[in-house]
Design a binder for this molecule. Structure first.
Ligand SMILES: Cc1cc2nc3c(=O)[nH]c(=O)nc-3n(C[C@H](O)[C@H](O)[C@H](O)COP(=O)(O)O)c2cc1C
Length: 564
């Protein structure tokens, strides 16, 4: 084990905690002069505009979450366009009458700062380009920017390890986008956002009948080169996060395993020597340094593929999950998703709706998007229930891995009841811990944000923390946040589907939350909060469609167009 890297990682986590009397170090004010551009562009790179397939009723929302329920679409320019449109595109513009205007995306982001960048690595794509290549996805114009052509040998070495008709989606983070506002805690937010983006890719793929799997055999240096991040230095550099194989569902043959995928040294050397195209834009004219973020980023780099114990065959049988007959459309729900800025303090949901939301958050054996993550689930949900009909308000816990029950029970308050909820499906490991009005506790632990008290229920995502980081290595610290982001994205979509609305909560008081549940030490740590309830719209805001600003000429070339 790399003890110094582990020490840096654990120390970072500790110093980036918020306390009621002391927030994690940040600038403490908004420095509008250095506000980063939310859109990375590669100037001079050849740009391929992607098409827009109107959002229709199919596939249905419920079945799309289960592998094998949607017929696989062919791989071509139109389906690649849809993959990115449903995963990482703009989804709306907001405007304060006569004032500021800003874009929002399919993937949520703390502070709407969007540190996550998306890449496509693929072979020749009918209707798009006739050579294997690496492209950057530019959400502002819904287009791919050609970064490098891959030689046929390089693509053969990659695709030989993948199912037929596979492509790769890569994600990177620009830490500066988040640290500009949030200072030292920003590293956490970047990785929540990666988790949300992973789930977005997984669900966009699911809508096409495609599977999405994280390729964890890839190490960070190789990934940086494949995505062109090795050419970037300085505060605005992108850091490599992950590579996701996307391919037709049930297409992964026995002989090729997700586990054995590698970017070998000679392949990486060939990519490094290739001709990269496009100059990255400057995001801010000036910067503030947050050296602690660079330190933890270095400490949590992955230098070697994980050992056999990392790959999990864990699967939970999620028998009670309903595929139902609901006409809800997956793509409509994806594109209408929004964070609630305020909740009404009134709306209740039914007990059945509550259980269905929680069932969706369980990592079932063929349940998307959890099929994308290859490790045994580390995140459980601590619940503050406020307004669920026929269920007593109070504290609950959902064990996403029921094997953790004894460890958690002995770590939490001895007075907790650990009683099954009324009418709770047998496949849902939900336990009632203590009754009472927990609105104040939810609000107080969420940096005093009223949305945590004004919903139907709020969530604190608890990670099994110390042991997996020690066993797998400090790079797993980032994965813990990814898992919370994936769970958070499911909660966002489930909120929309249930007719309520969710909001991710990155601002919370870590140890105060632990205290509510009687948790001490660092065996378990809370990494993300969430709330769901009846939304209150802000009447000052107007909403506009996502791509009205694009004007495309007869040759389908994009012009910047007008934003008004
Ligand atoms: C990781 C994460 C943390 C967030 N933390 C908070 C928070 O503490 N309070 C809040 O009101 N909203 C929070 N949000 C919501 C964001 O502000 C929101 O996602 C962003 O403004 C974009 O809006 P949209 O989600 O409607 O696309 C968070 C979102 C994410 C993804």
């Amino acid at each position: 084990m790399d003890q110094p890297a582990l020490d840096v990682t654990l120390a970072y986590h500790q110093r980036s905690k918020h306390f009621p009397f002391r927030f994690a170090p940040s600038l403490g004010y908004m420095d509008w002069q250095t506000q980063p551009d939310p859109f990375r562009r590669f100037e001079g790179a050849q740009t391929f505009p992607l098409g827009f397939e109107p959002v229709g009723p199919l596939p249905r929302y419920e079945p799309a979450f289960v592998l094998g329920q949607v017929d696989p679409a062919p791989l071509n320019a139109a389906t690649v366009a849809r993959l990115f449109y449903d995963a990482l595109a703009l989804s709306a513009w907001k405007e304060i009458a006569g004032g500021a205007r800003w874009s929002l995306r399919v993937n949520p982001s703390s502070g709407n700062l969007h540190p996550t960048e998306g890449y496509l690595v693929g072979g020749l794509l009918p209707g798009l380009y006739d050579k294997p290549a690496v492209y950057h996805y530019a959400p502002l114009v819904h287009a791919l920017e050609l970064r490098v052509e891959l030689s046929p040998q390089v693509w053969r070495a990659i695709s030989a390890q993948l199912p037929k008709n596979a492509l790769l989606v890569g994600l990177t983070s620009i830490h500066w986008r988040e640290s500009w506002k949030y200072g030292e805690r920003a590293f956490r937010y970047c990785h929540h956002d990666v988790g949300h983006a992973i789930a977005c890719v997984s669900l966009a793929a699911a809508g096409l009948g495609w599977d999405a799997r994280l390729l964890e055999g890839v190490v960070d240096e190789g990934l940086a080169t494949l995505l062109g991040a090795h050419l970037q230095t300085g505060v605005e550099a992108e850091r490599p996060d992950c590579l996701i194989a996307v391919f037709p569902q049930n297409g992964w043959p026995e002989a090729k395993t997700q586990q054995s995928f590698r970017l070998e040294t000679d392949l990486i050397a060939a990519v490094r020597a290739a001709r990269w195209m496009g100059q990255r834009n400057t995001l801010s004219q000036d910067h503030h340094d947050w050296p602690v973020i660079d330190e933890v980023a270095a400490a949590t780099e992955k230098h070697a593929p994980p050992g056999d114990d990392f790959w999990s065959s864990f699967s939970h049988r999620n028998d009670s999950l309903e595929l139902g007959e609901s006409p809800l459309s997956l793509r409509s729900i994806i594109h209408q998703r929004r964070s609630a800025v305020a909740l009404d303090g009134l709306t209740a949901i039914t007990r059945e709706a509550f259980y269905q939301i929680l069932l969706k958050a369980m990592p079932g054996s063929s349940q998307i998007p959890f099929t994308t993550l290859p490790w045994r689930p580390c995140i459980d949900l601590l619940l503050f229930v406020h307004r669920v009909a026929d269920l007593p308000p109070g504290l609950y816990v959902l064990l996403r891995d029921p094997a953790r029950k004894n460890a958690l029970r002995s770590s939490m308050k001895p007075s907790f009841l650990w009683r099954r909820g009324h009418g709770c499906p047998s496949s849902l490991p939900l336990f009632f811990l203590a009754g009472g009005d927990v609105r104040h506790a939810a609000q107080q632990t969420s940096c005093d944000q009223a949305i945590a008290a004004d919903g139907a229920f709020a969530v604190a995502m608890l990670a099994e923390y110390r042991k997996p980081i020690e066993v797998f290595g400090p790079w797993f610290y980032r994965r813990l946040y990814w898992e919370t982001g994936v769970v958070g994205q499911v909660l966002y979509l489930e909120g929309e589907a249930a007719g309520i609305r969710g909001t991710g909560i990155g601002c919370f008081f870590d140890d105060l939350t632990h205290r509510v549940f009687g948790l001490e030490g660092d065996r378990f740590q809370v990494l993300y909060h969430f709330t769901l309830g009846g939304p209150v719209e802000d009447p000052r805001l107007r909403t506009h469609p996502p791509y009205q600003h694009l004007v495309r000429d007869a040759h389908n070339a994009i012009k910047p167009g007008s934003l008004t």
